[in-house]
Design a protein around this ligand. Sequence first.
Ligand code: FMN
Length: 393
Amino acid sequence: MAYLNIADYRRGAKRRLPRGIFEYVDRGSEDEIGLAAIRRSLDDLRFVPRVLRDVSELDLSADIFGNTLPCPLIIAPTAAAGLLWYDGEVALARAASQAGIPFCVATQSMTSIEDIRARAPGADLWFQLYVWRDREMVRTLLDRAAAAGVTTLVLTVDTPLAPKREYNTRNGFAIPIVPSIAAGFDVASHPRWAWRVLLRYLRESGMPTYAHYPAAFRTSIAREAIAENVKLSERVTWDDVAELRRQWRGRLVVKGALHVDDARQAVASGVDGIVVSSHGGRNLDSAVSPADVLPQIAEAVGHRLTVFADSGVRRGSDVVKLLALGAKAVLLGRSMLYGTAVAGTAGASGVLDILREEMCQSLAFLGQSSISHLPPDLIFGQSRSTPDDRQNP
Ligand SMILES: Cc1cc2nc3c(=O)[nH]c(=O)nc-3n(C[C@H](O)[C@H](O)[C@H](O)COP(=O)(O)O)c2cc1C
């Protein structure tokens, strides 16, 4: 089958993966209002193209934190990418490296930051942090990330506790994997995945689980003793951001801000960037969509720190819309996972190729030759002033 767009990769992932895993990746939370709202918010944006401009040379490059990226894309942190493909996180890191873009490794990755570094030595690795209740363990984790050459720490701030996703319960899906009759049938009806992913893990390293969690967490017998320590802390506040700012020498990004005052507080806390994100509709179901608040946030703080955005990107035009609303770069979650589930690094690279091609198409139709200099009035009804305007009135 030819994979012509991200929806094709999604269908491919659905065929290949056990239902429990596919739904964990694909779906939202509670009534999935957020998923629909994110889609609607992007679809409702309309471009106002400019005409009669030379678009023979299109430039997708973008300056992010002093580096020129070949395109303004970053692979988002996603827990459990390693369940989609044997060593899925390494596959993603390699695809990122080949494309010259960063890959953000998740705290809940199936492969450790050290292993990813060793097997994708050229990758620009970022690290996403979930703050555990045991802060000493968090400090050790940060030391490991720094030693592995992580350039940018991404603190996720929109997940004070595990969200309500009823389909996971119905499917018997959990990490670490809990044997159940439902999960057993699911795996048995996807023999290709069972053979190429699960059995390979079992042969080579044991049941896949969160690689950064303490060893005791990985065995069901010892898990209870350690589980409290690695629960998400509900007590993470701006004081922790200040503390992290002191501890972490690299770039610090806060992921999951949607209120302009939180964005201002991020500036005051000395962070280098924020990701305007509703976690892809996976957490707070009725959260506002990033596209709805991005212009206000970009206008308020875009000249003080780097504004990123994510949630719902399935087309190159979605990327262009978020950039025109004020983001400097966009994070890709599920789209990259669909590609990884279909064909590992080749699938992830295929997704990036499609998005880049569609971004170029959008630019040409919009009469824009550079993706880093999109005017806000490219979007119907938008007339936000940009930091560039303010500096050069
Ligand atoms: C399966 C899956 C797992 C995720 N795990 C994490 C995580 O561990 N930490 C985090 O900050 N975001 C996590 N995210 C959210 C992504 O980083 C990103 O914000 C979101 O996927 C963007 O929306 P999109 O999937 O529509 O592109 C996860 C997303 C998915 C799909």
